[in-house]
Design a protein around this ligand. Structure first.
Ligand code: F6P
Length: 343
C-alpha cells in the first residue's frame, strides 16, 4: 500500500508530528510506502510529489510548521483539479490513498472528493482555533494557548511597572477558546470572545474596578470579538483565499476607547502568527502522534470519507460529513465560570 500525505490550510504546530506518527506506524505495522504532496492540495493537482521514508521523519515530533509545505488551494480548481483528474494522477503514481491533514475547508474538500469521485481519502483535523465540533481538542490549540499565556505573563510585568492597561489580542477566528484558556491561565481581568458580545461600558467597568484595587488591568480579546452593537467582527485587511474576511486589529480599537473613557494609559498588542509558530507542546505532540498513527489504521480499515478525532482521551473515527459544518463554540457555562473572576 502506498499512502500520500498532505498538509493544507493555515499551518499549526504538530503537523510534522502527525506525519511522523503516520510514517512510523505504517512502516512498523504494515510495511507501508509513503509519499508527500507538496503544499497541500496544490501538490495533488500539480502532481508535485516527494517520497517520505522513515529517515525523513527522524526527530520531527518537535519541529514546528510542516515539512511538506501548505497552501489554501482548492482541489476542484485548476487543470489537474477535480476527482477524475486526481484519480488518474493517483493511478499514475501508484498511490492507493490520501491522508489529508487540515481544517474545515480541507476536510470538506476531502469529503467532496470521496462523495463525487470515490477518492480514497481520510482526514486528520488541525486548527489552533479549536473550532471543530467533531474533536474535543485539536492539536496546535494547546501550543497557541501556551504562547498566549506567556505573552500575558510578560505584559503583566510591564503593565505593573507603568500602571497601564494592556489589551492582548489573540487568534481564534469565530470562537474564543484561545482567549478563554490563555486569559484564565494568565489571570486576565476581562476576556472578550466572539460568542459573548459586550458593551464598552461593561469593559471599562471591569477595567476601572481593577485600577481601583491598585492593579494594572489586563484584557484578553479574541480577534473575532464584537461589541454588542456590531453585526460583524472587525476586519480591515480584505479577504483570504476562501473569501472570508481576514480578522485582526480589534485590540487597537479597544485600547484607545478604554484610555479615553477611564483615563488609564492603555496599550494594544496583537499577537498574530507567533501563536502558530515554533515547537508544539508535549500535549500537542502526543495528540498529533496518536492521530497520525490512528489514521493509518483507518486507511487499512478502508474508512474512506472519514476523519480521526479525539473524544475524551480516546481516538475515534467519524464521518467527515457528520463532523464538519458545526462550530465548536465556547459554551455559556464556560464563559460564566470565567466571568466570576473578571474585574
Ligand atoms: O485558523 C487559524 C488562523 O490562525 C486563525 O486564528 C486566523 O484568523 C487565521 O488562521 C489567519 O490566517 P492567515 O494565516 O491566512 O493570515
Amino acid at each position: 500500500m502506498k499512502i500520500g500525505i498532505l498538509t493544507s490550510g493555515g499551518d499549526c504546530p504538530g503537523l510534522n508530528a502527525v506525519i511522523r506518527g503516520s510514517v512510523l506506524k505504517g512502516v512498523i505495522s504494515y510495511d507501508t510506502e509513503f509519499v508527500g504532496f507538496r503544499n497541500g492540495w496544490r501538490g495533488v493537482v500539480e502532481e508535485d510529489i516527494v517520497p517520505i521514508v522513515r529517515h525523513d521523519v527522524r526527530g520531527l515530533a518537535k519541529q514546528g510548521g510542516t515539512i511538506l509545505g501548505s497552501s489554501r488551494t482548492n482541489p476542484f480548481e485548476g487543470e489537474g483539479g477535480g476527482p477524475e483528474n486526481i484519480q488518474r494522477m493517483l493511478d499514475r503514481n501508484g498511490i492507493d490513498a490520501i491522508v489529508a491533514i487540515g481544517g474545515e475547508g480541507t476536510l470538506t474538500a476531502a469529503r467532496r472528493l470521496y462523495d463525487e469521485g470515490g477518492i480514497k481519502v481520510i482526514g486528520v483535523p488541525k486548527t489552533i482555533d479549536n473550532d471543530l465540533a467533531a474533536t474535543d481538542y485539536s492539536f496546535g490549540f494547546d501550543t497557541a494557548v501556551q504562547i498566549a499565556t506567556e505573552a500575558i505573563d510578560r505584559l503583566r510585568t510591564t503593565a505593573d511597572s507603568h500602571g497601564r492597561c494592556m489589551v492582548l489580542e489573540v487568534m481564534g477566528r469565530h470562537v474564543g477558546w484561545i482567549a478563554l484558556h490563555s486569559g484564565m491561565a494568565g489571570g486576565a481581568h476581562a476576556i472578550l470572545i466572539p460568542e459573548q458580545p459586550q458593551s464598552i461600558e461593561q469593559i471599562t467597568e471591569w477595567v476601572e474596578s481593577v485600577r481601583d484595587r491598585g492593579r494594572a488591568p489586563l484584557v484578553v480579546v479574541a480577534e473575532g470579538f464584537k461589541f454588542d452593537d456590531m453585526a460583524e467582527a472587525h476586519s480591515h485587511k480584505g479577504l483570504d483565499a476562501f473569501n472570508r474576511p481576514r480578522l485582526g486589529g480589534i485590540a487597537e480599537l479597544i485600547a484607545p476607547m478604554i484610555e479615553e473613557r477611564t483615563g488609564i494609559e492603555s496599550r494594544a498588542t496583537v499577537l498574530g502568527h507567533i501563536q502558530r509558530g515554533g515547537e508544539p507542546t508535549a500535549f500537542d505532540r502526543v495528540l498529533a502522534t496518536r492521530l497520525g498513527m490512528a489514521v493509518v489504521d483507518a486507511v487499512y480499515d478502508g474508512a474512506w470519507g472519514s476523519m480521526v478525532t479525539l473524544r475524551g482521551t480516546d481516538i475515534q473515527t467519524v464521518s467527515i460529513a457528520d463532523a464538519v459544518g458545526t462550530l465548536n463554540q465556547v459554551p455559556q457555562s464556560r464563559y460564566d465560570e470565567a466571568k466570576i473572576l473578571f474585574g
